[in-house]
Design a protein around this ligand. Structure first.
Ligand code: SAH
Length: 257
């Protein structure tokens, strides 16, 4: 990578990071769905080891800590998200049980069979669903759980426009039965599968963004990277409202065999 490209990428990262760090969550979700997913997990004790991968600023990490026993390590690629997460944990007096560290989901700093629970909301797509399921499996104890959300098709067929959009954004998007088969093949018993309600996308994800988009554009006026980035967000919001019956996020919860 040339130095020029590297700088452009660093700049993109900073910009995207600045944009997303304004929000409590960086993906569709809600406290209710985190608690619902947690209700299927029955192996946790105060000494349990939990990892929240691609934690962002920790919206779901705090809900996990408030509703489950155990020690949570939250990992995200962006150090700024992790700084915010650690500040929030201290504010909520959770700092003894929640520790954020900067790092990559492709190179996790754990030992084999060390973990009781792997959590990842709206982030496994960064490594790819199948690869993540397979690679992370070794870190779980036998009988340990994995709970992740993943973009999934709700129907066998869908309009070409939304198919093309997702083919370009994330080729691994697939139907729920296909994803469940991948979960099983990767060494987990499929324990529970449920779709996230629409409000996880609208009220909790797109509405907060819609409120700040114009200010963000004003602040970065004339910056083509910022303008292109916001155009993409606007397109994503428009597509969700038009095609939401065809796709969404699904919680996949598996138990390591
Ligand atoms: N779980 C949070 C954030 C989801 S957004 C929520 O639901 O609100 C996806 C997150 O994955 C971002 O915070 C991004 O920085 C992080 N991420 C992307 N690639 C990553 C990688 N290779 N390793 C760790 N985190 C990564």
């Amino acid at each position: 990578m040339s130095e020029e490209n590297k700088n452009i990428n660093d700049f993109d990262f900073d910009l995207i990071c600045a944009y997303f760090s304004q929000f409590e969550r960086q993906g569709p979700g809600s406290p209710e769905v985190t608690i619902k997913a947690l209700s299927f997990i029955d192996n946790l004790k105060p000494e349990s080891k939990i990892v929240d991968i691609g934690s962002g600023t920790g919206g779901q990490t705090m809900i996990l800590a408030q509703n489950a026993p155990g020690h949570i390590t939250a990992i995200d690629l962006f150090p700024k998200f992790i700084d915010q997460l650690n500040i929030q944990a201290a504010k909520l007096h959770l700092q003894d049980r929640v520790k954020g560290i900067a790092g990559s989901m492709e190179n996790l700093p754990f030992q084999e069979e060390e973990l009781d629970l792997i959590w990842s909301q709206g982030a496994i797509y960064n490594i790819g669903f199948e690869k993540g399921l397979k690679e992370w499996n070794k870190f779980l104890k036998t009988g340990g759980y994995l709970a992740v959300t993943e973009a999934s098709w709700f129907t066998e067929k869908r309009p070409k426009e939304i198919q093309d959009y997702w083919d370009n954004a994330y080729t691994e998007i697939d139907t729920i039965p296909n994803k469940v088969a991948q979960l099983q093949k990767a060494g987990y018993i499929p324990v529970a599968i449920f779709t996230l309600p629409e409000t996880c996308w609208t009220d909790n994800y797109y509405v907060p963004q819609s409120k700040v988009i114009e200010d963000f554009l004003k602040k970065h006026k004339g910056n083509p990277t910022a303008e292109g980035f916001i155009d993409e967000i606007k397109k994503e919001i428009r597509f969700y409202s038009q095609y939401k019956e065809y796709y969404g996020y699904v919680f996949y919860i598996g138990k390591k065999i």
